[in-house]
Ligand binder design. Structure first.
Ligand SMILES: Nc1ncnc2c1ncn2[C@@H]1O[C@H](COP(=O)(O)OP(=O)(O)O)[C@@H](O)[C@H]1O
Ligand SMILES: [Mg+2]
Length: 349
């Protein structure tokens, strides 16, 4: 596999996705970039705007179904959806030991996290302890049940592991927003808004006219799941990151920190960590690969800057309150956007 294969397949995915999800072109490109970079994604947006649909469509294109495959003695589902609710327990995600009366012993029952792509739907509806079970598994890429530890990823055997979580930004009664320290387990937070214009929204309705089933159900797979492992390796090893880009990323990350660049304090209480910088580089490489380039350019870094950093920065609350015209969520987003613009201008000057 070479970079051109990756570009071609990514572009086929984008064109297939565009047939079943109206709009959100850039959001879809970012989702595929995260997948190529081996990262997990948080999709944030109000209900009913095709978040779940987009993830299910991606699963189909990747050749993932609800069927099980056995790899190294562990059974994994291709695609698994976990609906988060207030009564969901950690063991409902990871699994547990159950007593088998016929053998008079405890046997592991692996939970729905044992899959290639896990759709963690509406994660902010579960209690923090359950959210933590998911986030820990995402980080460790393995799960311990009883005395045994099971891998969630087995790259040598073509098994990848990706969590795509969705979250509603409207803080309703009985929701538990994830703290920033946990949010940084996600490579990107991709924010999805309502369809932009009247015509875009009309096109959504048009797509569903005269149909009883969901359009994404008609999608066929275009690759085998194992394709991704190869593609990730090709991107990480094949897309050059020049000294100038490394320098640019380092300056961007450092400039977000009020301790280093004082004016950043007007926007951020807390800047980006080294982990954020590593994520920025990985995501830029994947973005460049999708664009068909063998080396990262400034435009790639700029394209992923907001989705990679927006959930890791803590905005200055005084400014958020000043900016609050609609709701708290969008005020926070606006402050982070403005802050990042200042950072880019400062570093580029
Ligand atoms: N932009 C869109 N393109 C295609 N279908 C859409 C779009 N927005 C909403 N829908 C349709 O609306 C319904 C709700 O979508 P869903 O993916 O469940 O939303 P969410 O997960 O954001 O709550 C589905 O039938 C979906 O196909
Ligand atoms: Mg949904």
């Amino acid at each position: 596999m070479d970079l051109d294969d990756v570009r071609r397949t990514a572009s086929e995915m984008l064109s297939k996705l565009s047939r079943v999800v109206v709009g959100y072109r850039e959001e879809q490109r970012l989702l595929i970039a995260s997948m190529l970079a081996g990262g997990h994604v948080l999709l944030e947006g109000v209900p009913g705007i095709a978040k779940t649909t987009m993830v299910k469509a991606l699963g189909r294109l990747m050749g993932l179904t609800e069927d099980y495959v056995e790899i190294g003695g562990v059974r994994y589902k291709g695609f698994s959806r976990i609906q988060f609710t207030p009564d969901l327990l950690p063991s409902d995600i990871t699994g547990s030991l159950i007593f088998n009366p016929s053998t008079r012993s405890f046997e592991p029952r692996l939970g729905p996290i044992f899959a290639y792509i896990v759709l963690a739907d509406e994660i902010n509806r579960a209690v923090p302890r359950t959210q933590s079970a998911l986030l820990e598994a995402m980080q460790e890429r393995q799960v311990t049940i009883g005395d045994s530890t099971y891998p969630l990823e087995d790259r040598g055997r073509g098994k990848f592991f990706m969590v795509i979580a969705t979250q509603n930004p409207v803080e309703q009664e009985g929701t538990y927003p994830l703290p920033e320290a946990q949010l940084d387990r996600f490579l990107m937070r991709i924010i999805m808004e309502y369809p932009e214009g009247l015509e875009d929204e009309k096109n959504v309705f048009r797509l569903h006219l005269g149909r009883l089933s969901e359009p994404y159900e008609e999608l066929e797979s275009i690759v085998e799941p194992g394709w991704l492992i190869e593609a990730q390796r090709t991107v990480a090893g094949g897309v050059d990151v020049g000294e100038d880009i490394l320098d640019y990323v380092t300056r961007l990350v450092r400039t977000t920190r009020p301790t280093i660049f004082k004016p950043a304090a007007r926007f951020f209480e807390l800047g980006a960590s080294p982990r954020a910088g590593i994520s920025l580089i990985r995501a830029s490489q994947a973005y460049a690969a999708i664009r068909g380039s063998g080396s990262v350019e400034k435009q790639d870094v700029d394209a992923v800057l907001f989705p990679v950093l927006n959930h890791r920065l803590i905005p200055n609350m005084d400014r958020v309150i000043e900016a609050e015209e609609e709701d708290r969520f969008h005020a926070r987003v606006r402050v982070i956007r403005e802050g990042l613009k200042l950072i880019v201008d400062q570093v580029s000057a």
